[in-house]
Each structure stands twice: as structure tokens, then as C-alpha cells.
Design a protein around this ligand. Structure first.
Ligand SMILES: Nc1ncnc2c1ncn2[C@@H]1O[C@H](COP(=O)(O)OP(=O)(O)O)[C@@H](O)[C@H]1O
Ligand SMILES: Cc1ncc(COP(=O)(O)O)c(N)n1
Length: 263
């Protein structure tokens, strides 16, 4: 069985972070493992607390995983501090990790900052060079490139600037656009657009986590990067279209929508 590791924060309400990743990996029929960077106290209405793990303990989790069940792909989500980013980069190099998806989580859907100021630079310097693909949303791509993204051409221009930091692909997600949900991949000088059906559902807690772990799952299964993104987007759109409505705020997706017939 193919295996996928997620290195991310825990969302106790189950909609984003580690919990969304493990549900996504399981829904793809793969074996999921997790190294937790932080506990968060959050729900659909907001993030109310963050308790980070130590660098030493994160290193220990990664040693346990890589020395026993080697992952076929690795997804990295919320890593809020410089120290933890350095630990991850060192361990990924030490164990020659492959199929690395970096989701540069900066701000939650509910508006809370999930990355300390000094960590942004470390993310770009230490993790981007190791990534097979990085998956910023539009606001994150604006921060990383320093330009505003409004028109189609802006996606390309921003990606080219971010590409100076990585040899992998740059997937700029269009979920924050008003009219459509098209995502843009810049990969080794080539452009790919992935057109998405915009779903009229305000419950989008965890869409970014779900997409990146679905991409990692598809890479682990042996798909090319563009094919992995196409399949991941199809999975995500279905989970959103299912119309689950939990909690008082922006609710989670239904990861098990393809299994409904079993019940
Ligand atoms: N309302 C929506 N309808 C369809 N797809 C969406 C919608 N909102 C987000 N997406 C898709 O979800 C994925 C994650 O995008 P986005 O929400 O922009 O990321 P993040 O959670 O990091 O902010 C992308 O593939 C995006 O196109
Ligand atoms: C632990 C954790 N990781 C990531 C996110 C971002 O997810 P989203 O932007 O979909 O709220 C989150 N809210 N919590």
C-alpha cells in the first residue's frame, strides 16, 4: 500500500490541518501518517489558541516515521515557526523524502494568522527549494511575489517571481476569486490552467489542506503532477458539492462523499 505523511497542525474541530489531511488520504485508499507541528484550539468560527510542539519533539516524530514506514509522498501544511521549518528541512534532506507538497499556510479562512513573521522567510529559503510543488492561494501568492493578482496574466507573473525560489511547480489556487474557481500551475516554464466549477457553498474550512493532501496522495500513487492536481481538484469539488453544513461558521467538507453508498 502507498503511504502519505502529513506534517501540519492539528485542528480539533476536524475540518482543516492534520484531520482533513488524514481523512483525504484515507478517502484515496492510502495509508496516512502525521507529524504534528502544533495543536490548535479552533472550530468553524475561528482559531482560539495555538500550542506549538518543540523542534526536538518534531524531529523525534519524523525519525520514528521515516525509519519505520517510509512515506511515498509528504505534504507540509501549517508550520508556524522558523525553528520547526529548519527541523523539517533537515529531516527531509536526511531521509531523501520524495513527492513533497508544500502548502504555505499563512492565514486561516476565518482570518487568523497561522505563521509567525520571521517564519515566512524560512519557509521560502528552506522548504521551497525542496518542494515538488507549492500551493499558495491568491492572498499568499500576493505576499510571496509582492504583486497584486487580479487578471489571468497576473497569475503567471506572480508564479514566475515565486519560481526563483523553487525548481518545483507553483500552483496558485483561485478559490478566493469571485467568479470562478480556476487554479493555475506554472511548471518548468509551462503553464497549465485547471478550470473548476465554483460551488455556491460558504462551508470552505479546510479546502486548501484537502487539495494539497489529495495532490500528495495522487503523487504517491504514481501520477504526474498535472494529473495529480486535476484529480485532486475533482475530489475537492465533490467534497464541497456534497453540501455538508456543520457548525456556526465556515464549516468543513464531506471527505467521505464517495463512500455514501456503503451505508
Ligand atoms: N467555492 C468554491 N467552489 C469550488 N472550488 C473552490 C471553492 N473555494 C475554493 N475552491 C477550490 O479549493 C481549492 C483550495 O483553494 P483556496 O480555498 O483558494 O485555498 P485556501 O484554503 O488555501 O485558501 C482550490 O482548488 C480552489 O479552486
Ligand atoms: C491546523 C490548521 N491548518 C491549516 C488551516 C488553514 O485551513 P483553512 O484556510 O481552510 O481554514 C487551519 N485553519 N488550521
Amino acid at each position: 500500500m502507498k503511504t502519505v505523511l502529513t506534517i501540519a497542525g492539528s485542528d480539533c474541530s476536524g475540518g482543516a490541518g492534520i484531520q482533513a489531511d488524514l481523512k483525504t488520504i484515507a478517502a484515496h485508499g492510502l495509508y496516512g501518517m502525521s507529524a504534528i507541528t502544533a495543536l490548535t484550539a479552533q472550530n468553524t468560527t475561528g482559531v482560539y489558541g495555538i500550542s506549538e510542539t518543540t523542534g526536538e519533539f518534531l524531529a523525534s516524530q519524523l525519525d520514528c516515521i521515516f525509519q519505520d514506514i517510509y512515506p511515498d509522498a509528504v505534504k507540509i501544511g501549517m508550520v508556524s515557526s522558523r525553528e520547526l521549518i529548519h527541523v523539517i528541512a533537515e529531516k527531509l534532506k536526511e531521509y531523501k523524502a520524495k513527492n513533497i507538497v508544500v502548502d504555505p499556510v499563512m492565514v486561516s479562512t476565518s482570518g487568523s494568522r497561522l505563521l509567525k513573521d520571521d517564519a515566512e522567510e524560512a519557509l521560502e529559503e528552506c522548504l521551497f527549494p525542496l518542494a515538488d510543488v507549492i500551493t499558495p492561494n491568491v492572498p499568499e501568492a500576493e505576499v510571496l511575489s509582492g504583486i497584486k493578482i487580479r487578471e489571468r496574466e497576473d497569475f503567471c507573473q506572480a508564479a514566475k517571481i515565486i519560481a526563483q525560489k523553487t525548481a518545483g511547480g507553483i500552483l496558485i489556487k483561485g478559490g478566493h476569486q469571485i467568479e470562478d474557481a480556476n487554479d493555475y500551475l506554472y511548471l518548468k516554464g509551462e503553464e497549465h490552467w485547471f478550470s473548476g466549477r465554483r460551488v455556491n457553498n460558504p462551508n470552505t474550512h479546510g479546502t486548501g489542506c484537502t487539495l494539497s493532501s489529495a495532490i500528495a496522495s495522487n503523487l504517491a500513487a504514481g501520477n504526474s503532477l498535472p494529473e495529480s492536481i486535476r484529480k485532486a481538484k475533482e475530489y475537492l469539488t465533490g467534497a464541497l458539492e456534497d453540501g455538508l453544513n456543520l457548525g456556526a461558521g465556515s464549516g468543513p467538507l464531506n471527505h467521505m462523499y464517495r463512500l455514501k453508498d456503503l451505508l
